[in-house]
Design a protein around this ligand. Structure first.
Ligand code: NAD
Length: 495
């Protein structure tokens, strides 16, 4: 097996020693077409390494390798053995913590504190799914006399995983962890903007003894490698996280091959704040839910719906906090880092410009640190209020540090506004009224509801996913184990 060199722990030289190649059947290779893609650090805009530009031929080879592993060494392991490998992977991720944090922060521009949380979560996914691997039991069903019926939980076979750039290590952990626990062999296509942690984690997986081909990594663009994977006739399932547009293409490709898919496509998640809420507890959470990862979080709390009697007070107190926020390089200990690439900066800025042109008030704004490198992809956090419920800013995902505040008159209007966008991923409810908490939670059209709290992206154990334009299927927790497996019903006539 062609093993990559260990990466150099010295800051600055680190990514030079990453395997900047494609992993197929345990072998690190250049792309069949020989192409590469430059990797840029969002903190300063400088290119610091390159990755392989994989395409259809590479995906072909990766899918064949996964199939061979599924029918061979990987498929032969027991659930307990798979679980132990996942637990070992979790442990070596933690042992490699500082290097992975540094890679993730440089690749995405996220503050080191967020990168630490992400690598911790990634290890926790492998720990959770390692422990769960041999605890997914089938069922027996009552049937006719003289029969015993067993429902077995079988793996799907070869699973494709297309992941985004916002939480690369976390989403790799949640997607591969669950699929591998159930015995599937995997092909991962990380985002072209951030795939270095995937390359490092795959290296570690090889070192702890995952059989060749259980995990294959094809880097490359969405149009080339992503589309080839989604449409490959040799895969049995595809798990996608990213934009609604690309999600549509992935689901269309899956439909042609008659396979299942999960789509996790983002949201416009509301936090509903009633007049009786504990504002001291709510305010820091409201701010963090939108500035975490510079707002590039599918479950970002990007809307605050606030009851009219306290609307002015909430806006004033949010404005105080927003004015103090600072965006700076990933290693500066700031509130937020740069956005992933210049396209995202343009996209977010365009939303802001259109909102202002529509007369929506920008009531507070943070700042970009004076010494932030001019080439960095920074956007200062912004607070808009009051935001009309019909406006673009109240309905479309900005994927940046922009918070929209909309007042409401009563509970019925709060529910209507919360459910009034095409998305439905997460909702937060802030009230001390216990009956209202459950009444509204049940009325929410989304996949996850927090009461007097909010967890943008958190909760390895908690089933997570959306409705409507937020997608379908559930990641995380035991629910994901069901997504990555299928029931086979065995009917025994024993007389
Ligand atoms: P994207 O959907 O284009 O990329 C996500 C992943 O899908 C990447 O790995 C990409 O290479 C791949 N991909 C792209 N086109 C594909 C195709 N035709 N077939 C198969 N795979 C394909 O997202 P983006 O362009 O990087 O970001 C654009 C917007 O998407 C963001 O502004 C944001 O609104 C949204 N987004 C959402 C999430 C999320 O977590 N839900 C993550 C990233 C981006």
């Amino acid at each position: 097996m062609n093993r990559p060199q260990p990466i150099d722990p010295a800051p600055g030289g680190l990514p030079d020693c990453l395997p900047q190649t494609i992993l197929i059947a345990g072998d690190w290779r250049t792309a069949c077409g020989g192409g590469t893609i430059p990797v840029t650090c969002p903190s300063d805009g400088a290119v610091f390494c390159e990755i392989a530009a994989g395409g259809a031929d590479d995906v072909d080879a990766a899918v064949a390798a996964a199939r061979a592993a599924f029918e061979g060494a990987w498929g032969a392991l027991t659930a307990t053995e798979r679980g132990r490998l996942l637990l070992r992977l979790s442990a070596v991720i933690l042992a490699d913590f500082d290097r992975l944090v540094d890679i993730e922060a440089r690749d995405t521009g996220k503050p080191l504190a967020q990168a630490r949380a992400d690598i911790t979560a990634c290890a926790r996914y492998f720990e959770f799914y390692g422990g769960a691997a041999d605890k997914v039991h089938g069922e027996t069903l009552p049937f006719l006399g003289g029969y015993t019926v067993a429902c077995l939980r079988d793996p799907l076979g070869v699973t494709g995983h297309i992941i985004p750039w916002n939480y690369p290590a976390q989403i790799l952990g949640r997607s591969l962890g669950a699929a591998l626990a159930m015995g599937n062999a995997t092909v991962l296509k990380p985002a072209e903007d951030a795939c270095l942690s995937a390359l490092r984690i795959a290296t570690l997986a090889g070192e702890v003894g995952f059989p060749d081909g259980a995990i294959n990594i094809v880097t490359g663009t969405g149009e080339a490698a992503g589309a080839a994977l989604a449409g490959h006739p040799g895969i049995d399932f595809v798990s996608f996280t990213g934009s609604p547009g690309a999600g549509t293409l992935v689901q269309q490709a899956a439909a042609i091959n008659h396979i299942g898919c999960t789509l996790e496509l983002g949201g416009k998640s509301p936090q509903i704040v009633f007049a009786d809420a504990d504002l001291d507890a709510a305010l820091p959470v409201l701010v963090n839910a939108i500035i975490q990862n510079a707002g590039q979080t599918c479950s970002a709390g990007s809307r605050v719906l606030v009851e009219e009697p306290i609307a002015d007070q909430v806006v004033e107190r949010l404005a105080e906090r927003f004015s103090a926020l600072v965006a700076a390089p990933h290693d500066a200990g700031a509130d937020l880092g740069g956005l992933i690439n210049p396209d995202q900066v343009r996209r977010v800025t365009a939303f802001v410009d259109r909102a202002r042109a529509d007369g929506i008030a920008l009531v507070a704004q943070g700042r970009v640190a004076d010494d932030a490198p001019p080439g960095g992809h920074y956007v200062a956090p912004m607070l808009f209020a009051p935001v009309p419920a019909t406006s673009e800013l109240a309905n479309e995902e900005v994927f940046g540090p922009v918070l929209a505040v909309t007042p409401f008159a009563d509970e019925a209007q709060a529910v209507a506004l919360a459910n009034g966008t095409p998305f439905g991923l997460v909702a937060g409810i802030w009230t001390r009224d216990g009956a209202r908490q459950m009444r509204i939670a049940r009325a929410m059209r989304c996949g996850q509801v927090y009461i007097n709290g909010y967890g943008a992206g958190g909760g390895i154990e908690l089933p997570f996913g959306g409705v409507g334009r937020s997608g379908h299927g559930r990641e995380k927790g035991f629910a994901a184990l069901h997504e990555f497996s299928q029931i086979k019903t065995v009917v025994v006539n024993h007389g």
